[in-house]
Design a protein around this ligand. Structure first.
Ligand code: NAD
Ligand code: GLY
Length: 358
């Protein structure tokens, strides 16, 4: 098992990565604090893994909230129904919310943990690649609003992230590819050597090779944990983790939540950010070609036909990184080095939107 730490002083917590963790009663009793459990999952993941996890959690009261599956259910309405469950079961403030599932379950369960009785303990048990490399780490929780992705939420850190890599064996290939987009993101923003490794190993990752996936999860979590440890509330560096997301969130919102997978939209969005960086003369042709080639080999979409540039721009204006009316973008200097800026010619953004949307 790999053990990493998100270092946040008294709120520091471990990320545990490895096979067989769901059944490891000793590990679960160490990392899921004693008390009643609100187990949050969905209609797809619960039948696969809730039984194993409940057995591992041992002899304690476990109340289940099983959500409908899908990004289109990541709403205030589902969230309200989720909170009805601990209320109806009179769970006290010392209960523990355990999120078993992908990023949708994790974001909603985390938000419920942030809000129920003004905040209760929370453990992430991510079961998608995307959740194991990104959404379960860092404490961003919330739901979508029809006007914009993840617009309603809270920062609420888990006390542990337990990533059982065995769960990836049942993940549909399209979901695996979506998770790889976030893995590629870490290479692009922070680690050129990891990007090189991804170029060599992308076929192993797509084939579900356990050793390759474990390495990718570990390196991704190392990078994310370090960034979150330095900038928990995204006052600076953490915004780099949003490479491709301003374009990507616009795609997800404009297409209707659930039409594009989050990782697919991020994949196309990262190519747009790289294309704009090239347009601005920052990124070389060779680096842009490498970004495109890796995303292509990962079978991720490379453009967003069917959404007009003007619609995309309207949604981009709702991004959480907008400051004083300026859309701040994450752009690239080279593979392994990204930066955040509100300063770019409007014409460069317009040219990018016209090249990839419509
Ligand atoms: P998801 O949660 O919708 O899961 C994808 C699909 O896989 C779902 O149908 C799910 O039921 C199914 N599934 C999950 N685990 C499975 C398994 N082991 N076997 C078979 N099927 C399984 O999507 P996701 O890609 O995990 O997460 C995307 C969400 O995460 C988006 O809402 C995005 O905004 C959010 N996100 C949040 C953060 C953050 O920092 N909080 C970061 C990135 C993404
Ligand atoms: N996924 C972006 C972040 O956690 O900040």
């Amino acid at each position: 098992m790999n053990v990493l730490t998100v270092a946040l002083a008294e709120r520091s917590y471990p990320i545990l990565i490895g096979p067989g963790l769901l059944e490891d009663a000793a590990l679960l009793s160490r990392h899921v604090p004693a008390g009643d459990v609100l187990l949050v999952s969905n209609t797809t993941v619960a039948p696969l893994y809730a039984g194993r996890l409940k057995q591992g959690l041992g002899d304690r009261r476990i109340v289940e909230a099983i959500l409908p599956d899908g990004e289109s259910y990541k709403t205030m309405d589902t969230f309200t129904r989720l909170l009805d469950v601990p209320m109806a079961n009179r769970l006290a403030r010392d209960c523990v919310v355990v999120a078993l599932g992908g990023g949708v379950v994790g974001d909603m369960a985390g938000f419920a943990a942030a809000c129920y009785q003004r905040g209760v303990t929370f453990v992430q048990v991510p079961t998608t690649l995307l959740a194991q490399v990104d959404s379960s780490v860092g404490g961003k929780t919330g739901v979508n609003h029809p006007g914009g992705k993840n617009m309603i939420g809270a920062f609420h850190q888990p006390v542990a992230v337990i990533a059982d890599t065995d769960t990836l064996s049942t993940l549909p290939p399209r979901e695996l590819r979506a998770g790889l987009a976030e893995v590629i993101k870490y290479g692009l923003i922070h680690d050129a050597a990891f990007f090189d490794w991804l170029e060599v190993n992308i076929d192993h990752l797509l084939a579900g090779n356990a050793a390759a996936l474990t390495h990718a999860i570990r390196r991704s979590c190392e990078i994310k944990a370090a960034i979150v440890g330095r900038d928990e509330r995204e006052s600076g560096e953490r915004a780099l983790l949003n490479l491709g997301h301003t374009f990507g969130h616009a795609i997800e919102s404009a297409a209707g939540y659930g039409t594009w997978l989050h990782g697919e939209a991020v994949g196309a969005g990262m190519l747009m950010a790289a294309g704009m960086s090239r347009e601005l003369g920052n990124l070389s042709d060779a680096d842009l070609a490498r970004v495109r080639a890796l995303l292509h080999r990962a079978n991720l979409p490379l453009s967003a036909p069917g959404i007009s540039p003007s619609t995309a721009l309207e949604y981009m204006k709702m991004d959480k990184k907008v400051q004083s009316g300026r859309i701040r973008l994450v752009l690239m200097k080279r593979i392994g080095q990204a930066y955040v800026t509100p300063d770019y010619p409007a014409a460069a953004l317009q040219a990018t939107l016209e090249a990839y949307f419509g």
